[in-house]
Every structure is written in structure tokens, then in C-alpha cells.
Design a protein around this ligand. Structure first.
Ligand SMILES: [Zn+2]
Ligand SMILES: [Zn+2]
Length: 225
């Protein structure tokens, strides 16, 4: 696995398995936050990377969503560091196997019941910042998909909101509700991150500049399906 520092406070860890698979380690005032947890075989590498950074212990795991390729290493990481795991509340019924991820599909748990806690919200249902990262609800790829914005570094950790190819925005794979995903991508125009990080693709600089063209192309494609 490859560990790369992508901004003042963030490192990305990449595994290549037919497609790239990234998780992110964020240096906080005390300790680190892990965003997403890849597949089971990444556990050792993630723990090693956290040790190498010497930025203090792991404090929490924040998930963009609960698909199996984003939660796989949690069990083994928590055997060493039993930290809390946060995810959007709309994701919990799916990842605990009470509801299918796709309409008509069989429900299947990707995490053990009671382990994932809902991301804290204010009285209006807005997600609250968790240490240095602000989560934003971006449904479509999954019901409780969120992205995490690091305001200081201007980096958006976008999970499976997009994929990318040769520095260009592409739609995410295996997405049951593409219309909703396209609506959710407006967050990039709102936040204008300097760097957009994508789980299954390379990063994109100033992605807001591409957003209009991406939305036009994908909306046209959707209309023709
Ligand atoms: Zn996914
Ligand atoms: Zn994924």
C-alpha cells in the first residue's frame, strides 16, 4: 500500500485491486481520524501507517458510507484500537442488514449490529463538524452517503460520490440512484475544494471548474437511458 501526504493534515493510503481503493488519515489536534476503512487486508497497513505518522493514537473512524469496500478493516483495527465508528443515520439500517442497499436486492449486513453510531446533528438535522472534518449528506450512491470537508486544508474527502479518470470527474460505479447522486455533487460547487479525493480514482484539483460540464454530460446520458 502506498502512503502519500496530500495536504498539511491529510495522508491518503492506496491499495490497487483492479481499481484503486483509498482511505484517509487526518491529523487532528490530538491523535488522528481515519476516514473509511477499505477491505480487511488493509487493516495491518492502516495501523502501520498511523504508527509511522507519529501524530498520536487513532481517535475515531468516520465512514462515507457502509459498503463492504469501505468498512472491511474496522474489525481488525478495533481489536487494536477500540475507537468509535461514525456514519450517517440513514446508512445504519442498510449496513446492519435490516434494509437492502438497492431496492429489490437482498439485505446483507456489512458491519455488526450496534457498532456504527450516527454522526451528530443539530436540531435542524444539519451534521455537526467532527474534529477537523465537516460532514455533508450526499445521498444517491447509498442512502446515507456523506463527504467530509477539511476547511483548513480545503480538501474534500468524497468517498464514492464520484469516480475519476485522467483528472476528470466520472460518475461513481454501482450507484442505484444516479439522479440523486448528481444533485448531491452540487456540494463541490458550494465548497470549491482545492483538492477532491475519490475512493476509487485519482484526486482532482479545483474540481468545481469541471462540475458544470460533468453534470451536463451525465444528465444527458441519464435522459437517454
Ligand atoms: Zn460504495
Ligand atoms: Zn466503494
Amino acid at each position: 500500500m502506498k502512503l502519500v501526504q496530500i495536504s498539511d493534515h491529510i495522508w491518503s493510503l492506496k491499495l490497487w485491486m483492479l481499481i484503486p481503493l483509498h482511505v484517509w488519515i487526518v491529523k487532528e489536534e490530538t491523535g488522528v481520524t481515519l476516514v473509511d476503512a477499505g477491505i480487511p487486508m488493509m487493516a495491518k497497513g492502516i495501523l502501520k501507517a498511523i504508527n509511522q505518522l507519529q501524530a498520536g493514537p487513532l481517535q475515531q473512524i468516520s465512514l462515507t458510507h457502509g459498503h463492504s469496500d469501505h468498512v472491511g478493516a474496522i474489525h481488525r483495527i478495533r481489536q487494536v484500537s477500540p475507537v468509535p465508528v461514525y456514519v450517517h443515520r440513514h446508512e445504519i439500517p442498510c449496513l446492519e442488514g435490516d434494509q437492502p442497499y438497492r431496492p429489490g436486492q437482498k439485505a446483507a449486513a456489512t458491519m455488526q449490529k450496534g457498532l456504527a453510531q450516527p454522526l451528530p446533528e443539530d436540531s435542524q438535522g444539519r451534521l455537526l463538524p467532527a474534529r477537523s472534518l465537516t460532514p455533508y449528506w450526499t445521498p444517491g450512491h447509498s442512502p446515507g452517503h456523506v463527504v467530509y470537508y477539511h476547511e483548513v486544508d480545503k480538501v474534500l474527502l468524497s468517498g464514492d460520490l464520484f469516480s475519476s479518470k485522467n483528472g476528470k470527474l466520472r460518475k461513481p460505479l454501482f450507484t442505484p440512484n444516479m439522479e440523486e447522486t448528481l444533485r448531491s455533487s452540487a456540494i463541490v460547487g458550494r465548497l470549491k475544494p482545492v483538492r477532491l479525493e475519490i475512493c476509487h480514482g485519482g484526486s482532482i484539483m479545483n474540481a468545481a471548474n469541471q462540475l458544470e460540464a460533468y453534470l451536463a454530460e451525465e444528465s444527458k446520458r441519464l435522459a437517454h437511458v
